[in-house]
Design a protein around this ligand. Structure first.
Ligand SMILES: [Zn+2]
Length: 330
């Protein structure tokens, strides 16, 4: 650590997404002291995005009235795959043209402080474990259902990265062998049957086939706004097509939850992402029920399946926790 820093110095967490960069100065107690947000502008190339990340960190520090010299470290959550030990982003579907970008080194050189990088969904899981729904658990699994399905594993109180840094790729567990094609090119992954993208595909097919639905009214004539909150409204309004499609996704998520529990028997599964935020317990209850029907041993105690609590802040808080943990252990 340089001068002016101590074990109580704040850190900065950065959530690097395909459309926006969020940065927050976070105290050792997990409190957000200042923030900044910038558009990613990925089309301008990696060098421009790197400059925007550094700028977001500096602006968050200004917002928190914390001089950069007092910031102990920066953590960045990035869409993978990446190598957390070297901080190199290998590629990223949301950041076209990014291959083998030494993200940690570049930002560290620009700011003059240590920078650590980890998969964004792993960091969402980490923050839910330390500060959110999974507080106090030893073993916890995060499941984030959005345009894709991602996850993270906490085992023995620590984020598990895996032998190939690929632990927690739960969206590509096959739950419907021979089923619909997934973005990864294979068939029947959870993501291909339970992500919002998968639900959207099935809803559009249903509307095209003339099925009765509230969606044309709620989402506009060409179903332009099929967001999670629109789906939640259609579901609450009793739209038969939405009930069927969301129900099918919940069925697969339930089978998936049972497989996770049969493998790991964690204390809790924490669900985040747009659908959980929009529907809450109504999204989770059917998943829990299906999971319970597929557990071993039969008639075992109910599993804890909870909604994530940190919402949009999960990313920056998880990145800050990464910076705290790695800057004190290295
Ligand atoms: Zn897949």
């Amino acid at each position: 650590m340089g001068t002016g820093q101590s074990s109580s110095s704040p850190v900065v967490g950065v959530d690097l997404g395909g459309t926006k960069i969020s940065a927050a100065v976070v105290s050792r107690a997990g409190k957000i002291l200042g923030r900044a947000r910038k558009r990613t502008k990925a089309h301008l190339g990696a060098a421009e995005v790197l400059a925007r990340i550094s700028l977001a960190v500096r602006q968050a520090a200004e917002d928190a009235e914390t001089p950069m010299a007092k910031v102990a470290a920066v953590g960045i959550g990035a869409p993978g795959p990446l190598d957390p030990s070297s901080g190199v982003l290998l590629s990223a579907p949301n950041l076209p043209g990014w291959h083998d970008v030494p993200l940690a080194r570049e930002i560290s050189e620009a700011l003059g402080i240590p920078v650590y990088v980890e998969n964004d969904v792993n960091l969402g899981t980490l923050s839910e474990h330390v500060l959110g729904a999974g507080r106090g658990t030893k073993d916890m699994v995060g499941v984030f259902v959005g345009t894709g399905v991602g996850g993270g594993l906490i085992l023995d109180g620590r984020l598990r990265s895996g032998a190939r840094h690929a632990a927690g790729e739960i969206g590509h567990m096959v739950v419907a062998a021979g089923g619909p094609y997934c973005g990864c090119g294979r068939q029947g992954c959870l993501e291909a049957v339970a992500s919002r993208t998968a639900m959207e595909r099935d809803l559009r097919a249903g509307i095209a086939a003339g099925r009765e639905s509230l969606l044309p009214e709620l989402a506009g004539p060409r179903l332009k706004r099929l967001t999670s909150s629109v789906l939640a409204r259609a579901w609450k309004g009793g739209c038969p097509l939405t009930r069927e499609v969301v129900g099918r996704a919940q069925w697969y998520l339930g089978l998936h939850a049972a497989s996770i529990v049969n493998l790991l028997d964690p204390e809790m599964l924490v669900y985040g992402g747009g659908m959980t935020e929009a529907m809450g317990e109504e999204f989770l209850a059917p998943i829990r029920e299906v999971a319970l029907q597929h557990l071993m041993p039969k008639d075992s105690a109910p599993i804890r399946l909870a909604a994530a609590k940190l919402g949009d802040d999960a990313g920056v808080l998880g990145a800050a926790l990464l910076a705290q943990q790695r800057s004190t252990t290295e």
